[in-house]
Design a protein. Structure first.
Length: 238
């Protein structure tokens, strides 16, 4: 694994500072504390050498959308990484990748819940339960995965019944076509859904990416998934 140049480290640090400033400003506008919001760096298009830099700068978690990339990157890293799975998690890939994960954001089916619980039960006895978020298709877009909002209360009840899973909250993605949907409305709807369910110890709202994280923070996001704006201006030898 190559080492990041000092220039690239400085670029990431400057980008991260700007993102944190924008999060703090959005939190202030909505009467929140910036300490309520965790920043996940989405590194799916970046080489593994950016990860130690991000962790050293205090990023809360590293997000990947493909489970096989988690194992590939972890194999060349000499540090413990708080990996979060944010993309489609195929059940056939669970056994190889689950030991590395701290949280799965993309719980989109009851079958996936059951498979994760079974696989988590096969890990070492002293391993902690796996944190999970229920993915909600708030906008109802047919190409998106996730549960319908009307099904989420029952899904949360089922998720809490699994022994090796720990329900932590909800996740959604912004509309792909902003002409048809307003991101603020989508984020606000997820917050209202969480508040209406009132699941104990499941306050997390994973929502907001590079293009809309400020709106997400204003509407109650507790985890924002930031990718491209963290890496703007990097010069990497691929």
């Amino acid at each position: 694994m190559q080492e990041l140049s000092d220039e690239n480290r400085q670029t990431i640090a400057a980008n991260l500072m700007k993102v944190r400033q924008r999060i703090a400003a959005a939190a202030d506008r909505s009467g929140r504390s910036p300490a309520e919001i965790r920043l996940m760096a989405v590194t799916k298009t970046q080489p593994p050498e950016v990860i130690p830099c991000l962790l050293g700068l205090g990023v809360d978690a590293i997000g990947e959308s493909r489970p096989e990339i988690v194992t590939k990157k972890q194999s060349v890293l000499n540090c413990e990484v708080p990996w979060h799975m944010i993309g489609h998690y195929q059940r056939k890939k669970i056994k190889r990748t689950l030991p590395f994960l701290d949280m799965v954001h993309s719980i989109h089916s009851l079958e996936l819940l059951s498979s994760l619980d079974h696989a988590a039960g096969e890990l070492e006895e002293d391993s902690r339960p796996l944190d999970v978020l229920i993915q909600v298709n708030v906008s109802g877009e047919p190409q998106k995965q996730g549960f319908s909002p009307c099904d989420v209360p029952d899904v949360c009840d089922l998720a809490q019944a699994f022994d090796r899973l720990r329900l932590k909250g909800l996740m959604t993605m912004a509309p792909r076509n902003p002409q048809n949907f307003d991101s603020r409305d989508i984020f606000a709807a997820l917050r209202h859904l969480r508040d209406g369910i009132g699941v104990k110890n499941a306050p997390e709202l994973s929502m907001g990416m590079s293009q809309d994280f400020e709106v997400a923070v204003e509407e109650g996001a507790t985890i924002v998934r930031i990718g491209s704006v963290l890496f703007d201006g990097l010069h990497l030898d691929r």
